[in-house]
Ligand binder design. Structure first.
Ligand code: CS2
Ligand code: MN
Length: 360
């Protein structure tokens, strides 16, 4: 297992790389160039700068997150071919600088979505929180405005202003979208990019929908075991793989997250993993993000780490979102302290599991 940390780049992340390196067991980052809108080519020079900088801090840079898929591709518009060609150019550029895994998602319009970014916990910490009942009383524009207002000037993945400026127009285009059409558009995208990935030595790792259900009546097609199975079958290639995110799949209590890790790990389909806990609250579609510790939330983190240990021990892992603790401020969901605690906890579980299994 390679423990990594999501890092947004020097210009955009308040956490210095050196601090990331000081986390015990940290081997590298999952990086992003968030200055480029979906559909734009990531230039070689910028990729090189990022990789050099990360190497300069003594860390690896083999995973990139959020090479975002343009909405026209998801919508299946004629302009998709041009955006797929651009995506391929970005992949070729990434491959030249040693990138091995690219994490992306195929969620229409929104990336992850929460109703509160700073939900107050009893112990004085804050966390991200979701209550579907609140969403039902809001328009997409209202939730976007609220998220933008609360994010303290930081851009959150999938919430780039450029994309959201066209919200009304994009939502309109999704009218009549069905899961079948979305799947067909997804397959078309994969068929367009996987040959390039194979040549560039890159594995695509799709991130599941977060939360794991449809939003605003637009279908989502990556939030159950069967959805993941359908995706890996769309194009049969080692480059067509998954990023299993325990907190995203885990937002839906009927998903057996350790079993999903075990199955797709055994099938050789997990290229990356986000490991975090969620806590179910009263009623349905109501949860908060919790500390990583099993006892703090609703997921069995030991069972997840054991599945990773047994089935995909070489995978890139990162602690996913964290709470704000110890007075830290910064990009909601991506603090230093709580994610560092998460990394150390996950490494501790992994060490114990390995040693116990070795002893037999
Ligand atoms: C992730 C996603 O960091 C995160 O919150 O769970 O945003 C993920 O990186 C993207 O969906 C990948 O495109
Ligand atoms: Mn995730």
């Amino acid at each position: 297992m390679k423990m990594t940390f999501r890092w947004f780049g020097k210009a955009s992340d308040p956490i210095p790389l050196q601090y990331v390196r000081q986390i015990p067991g940290m081997t590298g980052i999952m990086g992003v160039l968030d200055q480029y809108a979906a559909g734009e080519v990531w230039p070689e020079e910028e990729i090189k700068n990022l990789v050099d900088e990360v190497h300069g801090a003594g860390l690896e840079c083999e995973v990139i997150e959020s090479v975002n898929v343009h909405e026209d591709i998801k919508l299946g518009l004629p302009s998709r071919d041009e955006y797929i060609a651009n995506y391929c150019t970005t992949l070729e550029n990434l491959g030249k600088y040693g990138i091995k895994v690219v994490i992306y998602n195929f969620m229409p319009v929104f990336d992850w979505l929460r109703t509160e970014l700073y939900h107050q916990n009893e112990d004085g910490s804050t966390c991200m929180y979701y209550n579907h009942a609140d969403v039902e009383g809001m328009t997409p524009l209202e939730i976007v405005q609220r998220t933008a207002r609360d994010s303290g000037g930081f851009t959150l993945p999938g919430w780039e202003p450029e994309r959201l400026g066209k919200l009304a127009e994009v939502l309109d285009l999704y009218k009549g979208m069905t899961p079948e059409k979305l799947r067909a558009n997804y397959k078309y995208f994969l068929e367009g990019i996987i040959p390039t990935c194979e040549k560039a030595g890159i594995r695509m790792a799709v991130h599941p929908d977060d939360p794991a259900w449809d939003m605003f009546g637009i279908p989502r097609i990556c939030n159950t075991r069967d959805d993941l199975d359908a995706i890996v079958r769309m194009v049969d290639s080692d480059s067509n793989a998954l990023c299993i995110c325990s907190g995203s799949l885990g937002s839906k209590p009927s998903n057996d997250v350790p079993a999903i890790f075990r199955e797709f790990g055994e099938r050789g389909k997990i290229a990356a993993a986000h490991v975090r806990n969620v806590k179910y609250l009263e009623g349905e579609k109501h949860f908060q993000e919790s500390a990583h510790l099993s006892a703090a939330g609703s997921l069995d983190m030991e069972a997840i780490m054991e599945a990773i240990h047994d089935t995909c021990p070489d995978v890139y892992v990162r602690p996913d979102h964290g709470r704000m603790i110890w007075g830290e401020t910064g990009r909601p969901g991506y603090p230093l302290y709580d994610r560092a605690l998460g990394a150390v906890y996950l490494n501790g579980l992994y060490e114990a599991i390995s040693k116990i299994k070795e002893r037999g």
